[in-house]
Ligand binder design. Sequence first.
Ligand SMILES: Nc1ncnc2c1ncn2[C@@H]1O[C@H](COP(=O)(O)OP(=O)(O)OP(=O)(O)O)[C@@H](O)[C@H]1O
Ligand SMILES: [Mg+2]
Length: 142
Amino acid sequence: MKREFVSHSPGETEEFAERLAEKLKPGDVILYKGDLGAGKTTFTKGIAKALGISETVTSPTFALLNEYYGSIPLFHFDLYRIKTVDDLYAIGFFDYLDRGGIIAAEWSENIPELENELFNVIKIKIEKLSENERRIIYDLGD
Ligand SMILES: Nc1ncnc2c1ncn2[C@@H]1O[C@H](COP(=O)(O)OP(=O)(O)OP(=O)(O)O)[C@@H](O)[C@H]1O
Ligand SMILES: [Mg+2]
């Protein structure tokens, strides 16, 4: 079921993500959609906080993947330059599915077929409404 939340600040987005993270379990895959600067990494910071990760979460734009080890591992992918399912295999994306962590992947819109190929998908779309306002459309798969 799709739901919506309107955030008015980066802090509010983080807090919302932190609350949502309480529902997450190992094996869940968050697929983000949203433009540059929408707030995908900001959202991931909130998730990390909920998992007790004290390291600073930064955009994995160049690394493709940042790994954090909290109460549940968090694998944060940036698929900005990934264009095909073959590319995903090449970077080992699917190997992370059974590592008992939560995957959070920015730019999932690059591989539209992805959401149909995975179990336990949580879809999060972030739209910029204004400088500081974001519409967060989320589907926990329930
Ligand atoms: N309500 C809000 N929620 C989230 N971010 C906000 C909000 N208002 C303003 N911002 C700003 O928008 C930017 C979001 O950056 P962030 O790195 O999270 O985006 P991103 O979607 O991960 O971008 P990219 O695709 O470049 O990785 C930050 O500069 C943040 O301060
Ligand atoms: Mg980002």
